[in-house]
Write a protein that binds this ligand. Structure first.
Ligand SMILES: Cc1cc2nc3c(=O)[nH]c(=O)nc-3n(C[C@H](O)[C@H](O)[C@H](O)COP(=O)(O)O)c2cc1C
Length: 331
């Protein structure tokens, strides 16, 4: 059994990765239904939180049904991060996660996200102070290092553990790689194989088939897999991985009816949560994957992603359900 602090997250848990504008409450709820063991919010700016910026504060919302849920924050200023811990704690998550991995310039240039990989002492100091400032388990998500020549993840992970970090998720790329090339899981396995490590070490990066998840478990010996892009518009990925891990066999892909039902609920939950305009707009990025593989689908996809009113999107879904009833999806 793997534990994050006192939270039992099962054997080889699957974690939904924090993803900006993707890992919102509706999507997290769908992933949870399909077997995600832990879900994380998208990253939230500590500076935004302490200024009470509406956009940041809204990201703190969680549904009861998605627990255990971690709220992820980023920043590099001690005072702001500690104040944010208090704000985050008040919204009742199960876990607080620190983003030490975001590679984008506007975050890194302020020394936050992956920017902190240039100042490991500060990374450890911030983590230690945050751990001391809350009763919740504090987890860290990071990358292998700043660049190929500065990979010190074994030492970094050990130091984070020593100051009370409850689990670490490692994306197998450096900041310099951004999202290019293949994720390298070998350094993550080195972290896990360090005899001094006792907290869970979760692997992340390119877990995009059930086989890859099994490889992460059996060949690399990690404690769980954090899954990002493979789940976008495809929350069933968690169920498929679980089925494959348990049986060695692939399960049938979801039917058209199941996909339509999930897409409808996804849109409705999004509208309920963030209103008509944003709900319609932000659910768009999921549709391509919901209906991937259907031939001659462009006209229908266009209706889904260009309609500005939910009634038109729902009408497009009704039409798709009718036109493609019984369509057999392949793996
Ligand atoms: C659209 C998008 C948004 C992301 N936003 C975040 C974020 O807010 N916080 C974070 O730690 N990582 C973020 N990431 C990185 C993912 O959590 C993950 O580390 C990365 O996608 C690699 O995993 P994957 O190959 O399973 O997608 C984001 C990735 C994508 C594709």
């Amino acid at each position: 059994m793997t534990k994050i602090g006192d939270i039992d997250v099962g054997d080889f848990p699957l974690l939904l990765a924090p993803m900006e504008d993707v890992s919102d409450p509706p999507f997290r709820a769908l992933c949870k239904e399909q077997g995600a063991d832990v879900v994380y919010t998208e990253f939230i700016s500590s500076e935004g939180l302490i200024r009470d910026a509406a956009k940041s504060v809204m990201k703190l919302d969680i549904y009861e049904k998605e627990r255990p849920v971690g709220i992820q924050i980023f920043g590099a200023v001690m005072e702001s991060m500690l104040k944010s811990v208090e704000i985050v704690e008040a919204s009742g998550p199960d876990i607080i996660d620190i983003n030490f991995g975001c590679p984008v310039k506007k975050v890194v240039s302020k020394g936050a996200g992956a920017g902190i990989l240039k100042d490991i002492d500060l990374m450890v100091k911030l983590t230690e102070a945050m751990v001391k400032h809350t009763k919740l388990p504090v987890t860290v998500k990071t990358r292998l290092g700043w660049d190929h020549d500065s990979i010190k993840i074994v030492e970094v992970a050990e130091r984070l553990q020593d100051v009370g970090c409850a689990a670490i998720s490692i994306h197998g790329r450096t900041r310099a790689q951004m999202y290019k090339g293949d994720a390298n899981w070998h350094p993550i396995a080195e972290v896990k194989n360090n005899p001094r490590m006792h907290i869970p070490v979760f692997g992340n990066g390119d877990v995009n088939t059930p086989e890859r998840a099994v490889e992460m478990r059996d060949k690399f010996g990690l404690d769980g897999a954090m899954i990002g892009r493979a789940s976008i518009g495809y929350p069933w990925f968690f169920k498929e991985v679980k089925h494959y891990m348990a049986t060695g066999e692939k399960c049938k892909p979801p039917t058209m009816e199941e996909r339509i039902e999930a897409a409808r609920r996804h849109l409705q939950m999004s509208i309920d949560w963030k209103g008509e305009v944003l709900g319609v707009f932000e659910t768009r990025r999921h549709y391509t994957n919901y209906f991937r593989g259907i031939p001659h689908f462009k006209e229908y996809r266009m209706k889904l992603v260009t309609s500005d009113h939910s009634e038109d999107v729902f009408a497009a879904m009704d039409l798709i359900e009718k036109e493609f009833a019984g369509y057999e999806f392949t793996q």
